[in-house]
Design a protein around this ligand. Structure first.
Ligand code: KG4
Ligand code: ZN
Length: 347
């Protein structure tokens, strides 16, 4: 079965054709990062216009490269930026109607959790129950998956996502956008000596209770962000810190606090159940320190750590097409009527 997957939830216009839920026949990703760079973050109006400009080319190229007859079209309907999601959803509806094939609406976060299985012969059903971790620019969620396709959020961020915490710190330290890759590189070069003890992002029990979740499985990065802001202000501002070559130490300390928070909550989540695998997806899963920490944790627990290939960590159409094969939760006439769901949650 050949499924075309379309993804436009944020700042990547992406399309891919995937065969039988795992073999990626084509995957085209047009990234808008250069367009958003001057603003230090994604500007929804710019994202929407760029998706409109690129969607036809990206989808046509993915179909041409795969060179197979399509059986269905899958598309992200949420979560994400409303004006961006609309572009992909409308393109997918139009194409499905004109080709007379099924449309399948997919949850972007659940698709991130499928990425470790792309281009492999692993069957996700062999790893039940799994613990999923989505770490991206917009989300940080710990997800209990008792069976493949069944998702329960057991922990999450109560404010900024992990990627957002990196992007905002990089902006504050005048390191450019996106912040994750540059922070990862600088922190790796500095190492883990002489670190500033920034707060580790543990929320108060009362606050997490509002979200119906235990504080021990939630993170809050707003205190850490404020601590960084105060530190930068107290030490003369970003330019002065760069001039004094103080930035690498701050960056390494900040990354350690973010990764430490993710490590701590993941360890806590793994204690809750006899998980058979730890499955991780999203752009922040490219972080070298996070990969190291989670790898150590999984080997300690004697379970596999399933990470996506780097090309599937960020947003892409292949994860949308692949998940649609495994989980056709909204398809056919229902999918043709569906609207975008910018605040869609896991499960
Ligand atoms: O999954 P993604 O491509 O888009 C969303 O769905 O949000 O994730 C983008 C996020 C950005 O915040 C970016 O800074 C972060 O992933 N990121 C990283 C690294 N590479 C990308 N964060 C930490 N370390 C990295 N190496
Ligand atoms: Zn994403």
């Amino acid at each position: 079965m050949n499924i075309l997957g379309i993804e436009t939830s944020c700042d990547e216009t992406a399309a891919a054709v995937v065969q039988d839920g795992c073999k990626v026949l084509s995957s085209i990703v047009y990234t808008q990062i250069p367009l958003h760079k001057p603003y230090g973050g994604v500007v929804p109006e710019i994202a929407s216009r760029a998706h409109i400009e690129k969607i036809n080319e990206v989808v046509t190229t993915a179909i041409k490269e795969a060179n197979v007859k399509l059986d269905a079209i899958a598309v992200t309907y949420g979560p994400g930026l409303s004006p961006a999601l609309i572009v992909g959803l409308n393109a997918a509806k139009g194409l499905a109607a004109s080709l007379g094939i099924d449309l399948i609406a997919i949850n972007h976060l659940e698709a991130h959790l499928h990425t470790p299985f792309l281009d492999t012969d692993l069957d996700p059903r062999n790893y039940e129950p799994m613990l999923g971790l989505v770490v991206s620019g917009g989300h940080t969620n710990w997800v209990d998956m008792p069976r493949y396709g069944e998702y329960h959020t057991i922990g999450q961020t109560l404010d900024d996502a992990a990627g957002e915490a990196f992007d905002k710190a990089a902006k504050l330290l005048a390191l450019g956008y996106p912040g994750g890759p540059v922070i990862d590189k600088i922190a790796r070069e500095w190492g883990r000596h002489d670190l500033i003890p920034f707060p580790k992002g543990r929320p108060r029990e009362g606050v997490s209770a509002l979200a119906g979740l235990s504080a021990s499985l939630c993170v809050s990065f707003s205190g850490l962000k404020t601590a960084l802001l105060r530190y930068v202000e107290k030490n003369g501002g970003a330019e002065s810190l760069i001039a004094q070559a103080e930035t690498p130490r701050i960056v390494a300390s900040y990354q350690e606090a973010v990764i430490g928070a993710l490590e701590d909550r993941t360890l806590e989540a793994l204690k809750r159940r006899n998980y058979k695998a730890l499955v991780v997806g999203g752009g922040v899963s490219l972080n070298s320190r996070l990969r190291e920490v989670l790898g150590d944790m999984a080997s300690c627990k004697k379970i596999p750590l399933l990470l996506a290939k780097p090309k599937y960590c960020g947003d892409n159409g292949a994860m949308i097409a692949a998940l649609a094969y495994w989980r056709r939760n909204i398809s056919g006439a229902d999918a043709m009527k569906i609207d975008v769901a910018p605040s869609l949650e896991v499960g």
